[in-house]
Design a protein around this ligand. Sequence first.
Ligand SMILES: NC(=O)C1=CN([C@@H]2O[C@H](COP(=O)(O)OP(=O)(O)OC[C@H]3O[C@@H](n4cnc5c(N)ncnc54)[C@H](O)[C@@H]3O)[C@@H](O)[C@H]2O)C=CC1
Ligand SMILES: O=C(O)CCC(=O)C(=O)O
Length: 448
Amino acid sequence: MSQLHPHLEPVYADVLHRNPGEAEFHQAVFEVLESLGPVVAKRPDYVDAQILNRIVEPERQIIFRVPWIDDAGVVQINRGFRVQFNSALGPYKGGLRFHPSVYLGIIKFLGFEQIFKNSLTGLPIGGGKGGSDFDPKGKSDSEIMRFCQSFMTELRTHIGQYTDVPAGDMGVGGRELGYMFGQYKRLTNEYESGVLTGKGITWGGSQVRKEATGYGTIYFLEEVLRSRGESFEGKRVVVSGSGNVAIYAIEKVQQLGGTVIACSDSSGFVVDERGIDLELVKEIKEVRRGRMAEYVEHRPHASFTADASIWTVPCDIAVPCATQNELDEDDAATLVRNGCTVVGEGANMPATQGAARVFAASGIAFAPGKAVNAGGVATSALEMQQNASRDSWTFDHTDARLREIMQGIHDRCAETADEYGRPGDYVAGANIAGFNRVADAMLALGVI
Ligand SMILES: NC(=O)C1=CN([C@@H]2O[C@H](COP(=O)(O)OP(=O)(O)OC[C@H]3O[C@@H](n4cnc5c(N)ncnc54)[C@H](O)[C@@H]3O)[C@@H](O)[C@H]2O)C=CC1
Ligand SMILES: O=C(O)CCC(=O)C(=O)O
């Protein structure tokens, strides 16, 4: 707490007191407050209007029962969540996560991050997040469908194109969104395309949404490299994870001339010095829904290592794209020692606070998830635009918009860091630029 500005210490103390046991939420709040000292010093009106105390309290938190019947005919019960965190800039917007680790603290950390991320896009979207402790691993298609239908039966009361627009996150992709949209349509008797994003192309989705978080991550890092007079050409890159974000981050690195030599899943990591065979990863993960260990059965020169850290693999650029707190202080020190010069968070909060401190002290470029991975939600906002105008843009047009948005986010972070006396500090730049836009809107809307 000693690193916080005196106006911010009581805000954080209150968060700890009011949200006991929610470690990830505490971490996400601390990381933002840590950057805001210069802002509160400059803007006493934010302090007077209690903007800080208000922004850390969700506008609404919904927790509900999700009963469903498994293939053996046994009734199962999961818990569903939707945290509608802040709607100063637009309807709540953020994904749904299905993972056994999900509890209120995870959803609140993700929803809190989403406020600033969505603000950074410059688009009219507020912040929210949801999900369930349902574990999709090993479930049949029919079980996934029954779960999604039950989840949506309750969620539908709380969402809508002008209210709250969910999308995918871990464990929620095109298949799950399809089942949820189908159930929403059935319950409401309306084809309200704008209620969910990440939809399939034939039923109201946008080109590039599937690729957007991964591509956007690499477009952001391309700008980081450009600002240092470098490019992806010839760079050795390590990408953790092998899900939606990781797969399309790998694809874009390869298109830009870099070599991704390692990727992972929760069981371990693969190293392929000839470059990861992305078609094989897509086949294993998107089609077979299998494990990364299967990779080496097809590429015997590659290696698979179970239960160890992927960050021991020497690289120029590290892109964590799996999950929160997957890269700790020791991993960060190893990366720096091995010559890594750029780290960009494709996942939400993958670096621990200790890791972030190591990166900051080492002077390497470290760019936070709320800026780097904002391309997913930005393209969701483009999907909402297309739905509202009953339009459908081409892949190239949408991709060009995404690239432009990511360049804008990069420049906004870099310029804000300069303006607040923290040149090169993408963490401070992202937190301050994201916060200021929301704070100004909250001031204008009065005490609500
Ligand atoms: N899907 C999206 O549009 C967006 C996702 N994100 C974030 O990106 C991250 C990944 O999300 P998705 O790719 O959508 O999920 P996903 O469910 O498609 O893939 C997650 C991948 O991470 C792996 N994984 C999980 N825990 C791991 C661990 N401890 N070590 C190594 N691998 C692990 C899984 O095996 C899987 O391959 C999450 O932090 C998510 O919140 C952020 C912005 C948008
Ligand atoms: O596309 C969206 O609405 C949300 C994506 C998301 O969950 C995220 O940015 O973490």
